[in-house]
Write a protein that binds this ligand. Sequence first.
Ligand SMILES: [Fe+2]
Length: 125
Amino acid sequence: MVVSHLLAMLSSFFPEGEDFFVRSVREYRDQVSDPALKKQVAGFIGQEAVHGREHRRFNERLARHGYPTRFVDRSTKRGPSHLARRAPLRHQLAVTAALEHYTATFAEVLLCDERARLSASGLPS
Ligand SMILES: [Fe+2]
């Protein structure tokens, strides 16, 4: 039960993060010449736009159930906008790569580890 609440609130952090990821990759898009990599960059940007939209929809639904997702979303804006103003573009891209690896690892554990899935579902294991 606690894990499902934590995951629900984790979603509140995502829209701003997804937007940051898109901006950081877009800055380098014109420097990519390899056609396969260019296609991956376009796919990544599209994927992150969809993720952001779906997290916003999910967060609005959570807010209607009393989760403070709007507060978290507003508070989260500070981190990416601070980085976007102060950090070099390559640092922003590195942050994007690191966070994408982190969330991919997190997702893999949730999808592949039955104990993690049961824990997130709130069902007794
Ligand atoms: Fe994403």
